[in-house]
Design a protein around this ligand. Structure first.
Ligand SMILES: [Ca+2]
Length: 269
C-alpha cells in the first residue's frame, strides 16, 4: 500500500448543501438546500492523474474494466475523421464505443495518455481499487461538495457565481455549439492537466469541469453511483452540471473519456 500524501486537511463543519438555483435540476436531487455537517477529512488537491494511476497499475497489475472489456466510450470529436464506424450511444450519439480505449489510450488504440492529466476510462470499481491501494477512499457527496465549495456559501461555482469573472476562464468546459464546434476559449478541447486553472479557497483544482469525479454513494437508485463536477464536455446549452451542487450518475462498471476521480482519506487522529 502506498502512503497517502499530498492531501489537503479540511476541518469540516456545517454548510449549506444543494441548490435551488433556477439552473439547478430538481430531478437530479440537487435540492432542497439543507444544512449538513461534515466531519474532518483529507482530500487531494488534484484528481488522480495518469501518472498516479500508472503507479497503481504497475504495482498491482490491476486491469481496468475497460481493459478487460476491450472498449470504452470516447467522445466522437476526439477520433480522426477516417475512424472506422463504431456503435454510437443511441441517446447521446457523440459517445462512441471505441475498441482499445482505456486509461492508457484515451482515444483508442494508438493514442497515448498524458501523465499530468486526470486518469479517465476508469469505472467506479477501478476507482475503489485505486483508493484502497492508496490508503484512502472515494469521497461522500457531502464531503465532495463541502470541499468543492472552498468555503464559499451557496456560490454556483467553486470561485463564485459567475462562470467567467472578468472574462477569465476558471475551468475546462465547452464553448461554442455542442457537440459540433468548440471555440476553445478556455484553451482545451479534451482534458486539461489536473492542476490547470487557479485552485479554489481550499486549494483544490478543477472540481468543476475537466472530468466528472466518482463519489462513493448511489445516485437516485441503488445500481447507479454518483459523480460530481461536470467535465470538458459540459456546456450551458446542453449540460450545465459543472455547477458545484450538480450531480449525475452511472453504473459502477461503466467508464468513459470524461470521468475520473479524486482521493480522500479520513482525518489524522
Ligand atoms: Ca474546454
Amino acid at each position: 500500500m502506498a502512503s497517502v500524501t499530498g492531501l489537503v486537511e479540511l476541518h469540516g463543519g456545517r454548510f449549506l448543501m444543494g441548490s435551488q438555483d433556477p439552473d439547478a435540476h430538481p430531478a437530479d436531487g440537487e435540492g432542497p438546500v439543507r444544512e449538513v455537517a461534515v466531519a474532518p477529512f483529507r482530500i487531494a488537491a488534484l484528481a488522480v492523474t495518469v501518472e498516479q494511476f500508472a503507479a497503481f497499475a504497475g504495482a498491482t497489475g490491476h486491469l481496468t474494466e475497460a481493459e478487460r472489456l476491450g472498449w470504452s466510450f470516447v467522445f466522437a470529436g476526439l477520433l480522426p475523421d477516417d475512424f472506422p464506424p463504431t456503435r454510437a450511444n443511441a441517446t447521446a450519439p457523440w459517445w462512441r464505443q471505441v475498441p482499445g480505449a482505456s486509461w492508457r489510450a484515451p482515444a483508442g488504440s494508438g493514442s497515448a495518455a498524458q501523465a499530468d492529466h486526470p486518469v479517465v476510462h476508469v469505472s467506479w470499481h477501478d476507482a475503489q481499487a485505486y483508493c484502497a491501494w492508496a490508503g484512502g477512499r472515494l469521497p461522500s457527496e457531502r464531503e465532495w461538495e463541502f470541499a468543492a465549495r472552498g468555503g464559499l456559501e451557496q456560490a454556483r461555482f467553486p470561485w463564485g457565481d459567475e462562470l467567467t469573472p472578468g472574462g477569465e476562464h476558471r475551468c475546462n468546459v465547452w464553448q461554442g455549439d455542442f457537440p459540433a464546434h468548440n471555440t476553445l476559449e478556455d484553451g482545451y478541447y479534451g482534458t486539461a492537466p489536473a492542476d490547470a486553472f487557479p485552485p479554489n479557497g481550499f486549494g483544490l483544482h478543477n472540481t468543476s469541469g475537466n472530468v466528472w469525479e466518482w463519489c462513493a454513494g448511489a445516485f437516485l437508485q441503488p445500481d447507479l453511483r454518483a459523480m460530481r463536477g461536470g467535465s470538458h464536455l459540459c456546456h450551458a446549452s446542453y449540460c450545465n452540471r459543472y455547477r458545484v451542487s450538480a450531480r449525475t450518475g452511472a453504473t459502477p462498471d461503466s467508464s468513459s473519456g470524461n470521468t475520473g476521480f479524486r482521493l480522500v482519506a479520513d482525518a489524522h487522529r
